[in-house]
Design a binder for this molecule. Structure first.
Ligand SMILES: Cc1ncc(COP(=O)(O)O)c(C=O)c1O
Length: 468
């Protein structure tokens, strides 16, 4: 008898499809409660048992107790951290990826998925102005992208004439925490360059590298941020890129959050210099309206990344060879220009097996077109500017800086950290917003992260009114 786990069951399918249909149709998506929900231990206790349970019971338990204990990052009222706003098309196609167990590890196994993912990477590389021949893969997030890219920067330092013993990467103190962590994983140290008004500039980098500071001579690369997470500030990419070019440093641009704004003509000039990057990370699960987890990692010279990341194992030799009968078409990946070299996404990051996580974005981009993405990003930028104006016009609030991208930083006059925290818990309990405090220049501050086009000025006004 067949094991029933592997037999299609109409009843369970209806339950799950029904749940998904309802969730997808929610408009607006409710915020829900996260860790502020009631304790969950009793709900889960004993659930996983030798005998199992009726699917309906487990789904009901999830719907009634667990789902509401996850704050919906796709709610327009989620304005903490970096929110999410996946398009409906991308969410629906994510179900196709799941239902088909779509993987995209190697060309040999998954040419269809890989070629679609590469089509999206080409769109992003083009937007960034990277040369033809650039390419990479999708990874799980900005953290994985930064780690994989910096590993290539480290392991190719010798090719650029650097010593590799005490290699360091320059960055400012505004670089995302995942950069510091990646350096630790790689056994490297940051060479911290003081930011100028929270921006890493070429001038500051050159001055620090040209000084007699300990470690300056060990710097083999530099990380610039295109959209800092706390404030949405874009580093001086042109200046930093020029210094990197002169000094033969690996130039990594972390555009995990801000990269979506490459679609927006109104802010595109801020990204000038991004085309100089040796490696670039853009998170579609942030501002390119894709579901988790999805980050695009693109290299100027993918062959360098492949030399670092390709895994060597007897059973994997076949994915690296041109196998009889396997078709490598010229546009399926830029190295494929030779027509016979397999393009394996697994070769461009530290992973091996990987979900075809670029496909939900591919489907949505193909369905809606790039203009719709441009418009959605511009809407968010306009909302941010209007919310900033509203903050400026509100006597009990103080705008801390004009938003560069879509983060609005401000203070509630007279509030301590405890006041922000108590307010944050209250507005979540009332389902008005999920908005956690941050710190700016040493003092507590409010931070409204806009990313969902439906986080309108009216929604923001409702949130700000609760701070009166
Ligand atoms: C600039 C920047 N880099 C890296 C990351 C890490 O990305 P992830 O959370 O997808 O790993 C973030 C996340 O917010 C970010 O804003």
């Amino acid at each position: 008898m067949r094991n029933p786990m592997f037999v299609f069951d109409e009843h369970t399918a209806e339950l799950i499809f029904g749940y998904c249909r309802e969730r997808l149709a929610l408009d607006p998506v409710p915020l829900d409660y996260g860790g502020y929900a009631t304790p969950l231990h009793d709900v889960l206790d004993g659930l996983i048992s030798p005998e199992g349970n009726e699917p309906a019971r487990v789904l009901e338990l999830f719907a009634d107790h667990l789902a509401s204990a996850v704050i919906s990052s796709d709610s327009p009222r989620f304005v903490s951290f970096i929110p999410a706003a996946p398009t409906k098309a991308s969410l629906l196609f994510d179900m196709v990826v799941s239902s088909s167990s779509l993987h995209a590890t190697s060309w040999l196994e998954a040419a269809g998925a890989v070629s679609a993912e590469n089509q999206v990477l080409d769109v992003l590389a083009d937007l960034a102005g990277l040369p033809k021949g650039s390419g990479g893969c999708f990874v799980s997030g900005g953290s994985a992208g930064n780690l994989s890219a910096l590993m290539v920067g480290r392991d190719t330092a010798g090719l650029r004439g650097h010593g590799t013993e005490r290699a360091k990467f320059a960055c400012s103190e505004e670089a995302h925490s995942s950069v510091g962590k990646a350096l630790r994983v790689l056994g490297l140290e940051p060479f911290v360059v003081a930011a100028v008004d929270h921006r890493l500039t070429g001038e500051a980098l050159e001055a620090a590298l040209g000084s007699d500071r300990v470690g300056a001579a060990d710097v083999v690369g530099v990380v610039a941020t295109a959209g800092t997470t706390n404030a949405g500030i874009v580093d001086d990419l042109a200046g930093v890129g020029a210094v990197a070019g002169r000094r033969k440093l690996w130039f990594h641009v972390d555009a995990a959050y801000g990269g979506g704004a490459l679609f927006a003509p109104s802010v595109r000039p801020l990204f000038e210099g991004i085309e100089l990057a040796d490696s670039l990370v853009v998170d579609p699960h942030k501002w390119l309206f894709a579901p988790y987890d999805c980050a695009a990692l693109i290299y100027r010279q993918p062959a360098l990344a492949k030399a670092v990341h390709a895994q060597d194992a007897a059973y994997l030799d076949v994915i690296h060879e041109a196998m009889p009968g396997v078709v490598h078409d010229v546009d399926s990946g830029t190295e494929g220009a030779t027509g016979d070299v397999p393009w394996n996404p697994t070769d461009y990051a530290f992973h091996l097996t990987r979900r075809a996580r670029g496909l939900p974005l591919w489907f949505s981009l193909a369905v809606h077109g790039t203009n719709a993405y441009r418009d959605a990003v511009e809407t968010v930028l306009t909302n941010a500017r209007e919310v900033a104006a509203l903050v400026s016009a509100t006597p009990y609030l103080e705008l801390l800086r004009e938003p560069t991208l879509s983060i609005v930083l401000f203070r509630r006059r007279g509030w301590s950290r405890a006041d922000y925290e108590a307010w944050s818990a209250r507005v979540l309990a009332e389902q008005v917003a999920f908005m956690t405090p941050t710190t700016w220049e040493g003092d507590p501050a409010a931070r409204l992260a806009l990313l969902h086009p439906d986080t309108t000025v009216e929604v923001a006004r409702e949130i700000l009114d609760t701070m009166a």
